[in-house]
Design a protein around this ligand. Structure first.
Ligand SMILES: [Zn+2]
Length: 171
């Protein structure tokens, strides 16, 4: 009997050696035409966003001119129950988030071209998080995943428009 993708995901969560095989079985659906390949990186990468330390769960490489379709990289933390407890949580980030980044990069979206040129992609992140949240109703995502996505959207929103310190007048 064929094993379901749900079960393959559970096995991949528990056993890192089953992750590449699981990724080969994932159908990227509407993101298929924008993604060159999905690769697994066995080491987590710590990065900084402003002064916040962050672990990327997945990343899409930049391609400003739409010549080569972008590659999506998956890090081990993407398989953790604290990030994507359910298969649909994982697919939400892979297809609806990274797949949408890949589409914007490949199609040369004006937001992507502009913000990519000045070194950050926060506007693109907002656009992508909004798209991902809109698609969530079609998926069986966990409350945790929805909350994390909303929190991350807010982080990018604040980076994009930092709250002004109110002016004070003292005497
Ligand atoms: Zn993103």
């Amino acid at each position: 009997m064929a094993i379901s993708l749900e079960d393959e995901y559970k096995q991949a969560q528990e056993n890192p050696r089953k992750r590449r095989r699981f990724l080969r079985k994932v159908d990227l659906a509407e993101a298929r035409s924008y993604v060159r390949r999905v690769r697994y990186c066995p080491e987590n990468v710590l990065s900084y966003l402003g002064d916040k330390r962050i672990n990327f769960v997945m990343t899409t490489d930049q391609n400003l001119f739409g010549i080569i379709r972008p590659t999506i990289t998956i890090y081990p933390i993407a398989f953790s129950p604290g990030a994507h407890p359910r298969l649909d949580d994982f697919l939400s980030t892979l297809i609806d988030h990274e797949g949408y980044h890949a589409r914007l990069e490949y199609e040369g979206d004006p937001t992507t071209l502009l913000t990519g040129a000045i070194g950050n992609n926060w506007e693109e992140e907002l656009k992508v998080h909004d798209y991902q949240l809109r698609q969530m109703d079609k998926r069986n995502c966990s409350d945790l995943h929805r909350k994390l996505t909303e929190t991350n959207r807010e982080i990018y929103n604040q980076l994009l428009s930092p709250r002004e310190t109110p002016e004070v007048c003292l005497s």
